[in-house]
Design a protein around this ligand. Sequence first.
Ligand SMILES: [Zn+2]
Ligand SMILES: [Zn+2]
Length: 408
Amino acid sequence: MESQITGKALKIMEIAEGNLCDHCLGRTFSKTVEGPDNKYRGEYVRHALNETGVDASTADSCYICCNIFDDVENRIIDKIITKINRENIEFSTFLVGCRVSPEILSKEEEIHKNMELDVENIKKEINREIGKKLYFTFNKEVEFDNPNIVIMVDFVNDNIDIQINPIFIEGRYRKLVRGIPQTKWPCGKCRGKGCPSCNYTGKQYPETVEELISPEAIKLACGSESKFHGAGREDIDVKMLGNGRPFVLEIKEPKIRNLDLETLEEKINTFAGGKVEVQDLKFVGKDRKGTIKCSSTDTYKVYSAIVELENDINEDKLNLLSSMEIIKQRTPIRVSHRRADKIRTRTVRNITTKPLAANKFEMIVECEGGLYIKELISGDEGRSKPSISEILGVNARCIQLDVLEVNI
Ligand SMILES: [Zn+2]
Ligand SMILES: [Zn+2]
């Protein structure tokens, strides 16, 4: 065994002209010599070589890495620690990545190929050695799948970059006034470039639900920007009442991750000035932003609508509406420019009505997610079947709509 090791080591040293650091020598034995790390393995093999009378003294400049591990130990680790502390980055998990010059990789590959070695490459060892030091310095865990921060060490450009992964906060919002879209709506005239009619804001509406919620969160987390993911959306002229609509707010590059969500809730609600309110804030994983968005038929919603009729009707006729159950809806005319034209089927679970006048009534509709209520009422020129207009035999129009419940 020992002679196999020294025999192999001699050949490797020959290729490297005797110049290999303990790390690079040890790495070639990472699968054959037991030990806590490659540096230990290198020392062990070097000692074994010396025992056989071969001069295997430590290299001045390593053939593979040009002593990159000295640089890591003497300079890079301190640089990373200083950067993290200076930028005041809060994290509990991290991952290290690195970029080294192509010459280092090709020289290493040359030896590995020549000796038919199947061992880890130098980048893995550098990442692990940096990771170990940071683990002991900060007492934080390395995580591969979804780390809070990724420390990228670029040895080629001598640069350290710290990528901070986003945090995701789920909550429910209520929209207590009409006329506010959920997310940014580009100006209809300039399409967002800025023009006199939008006062050079590029926006059709001065504020959005997103803009009333996100600034305080970005501020508290010291983030750079945010993205709003709603569980569907209500029309601009529709209020969102009840216990609100679920949303996930993604905050990018947050220097502070452990936010006090009660404080955040208060700050948002003060900032939004009664137009929008949030509640039930909690931290969620990044997958949630996708699952919350699908307005599938598993979701169900409750709406309150005020319906105006073209002609007066007898109150008793409203009872006919309780027969509505399966609705076939072709994509409404008003959204057909941005949604695919298709027919979908949605179920109405329950409709209750309360007359307000001979040509006006209030209606509570409980239905599957994705049903267009305004079109359920008007019929949308025959695209929604059956519709309130069709059943009552008189043109009906939704003049006010509120969402009371969104269940996902
Ligand atoms: Zn080396
Ligand atoms: Zn404009």
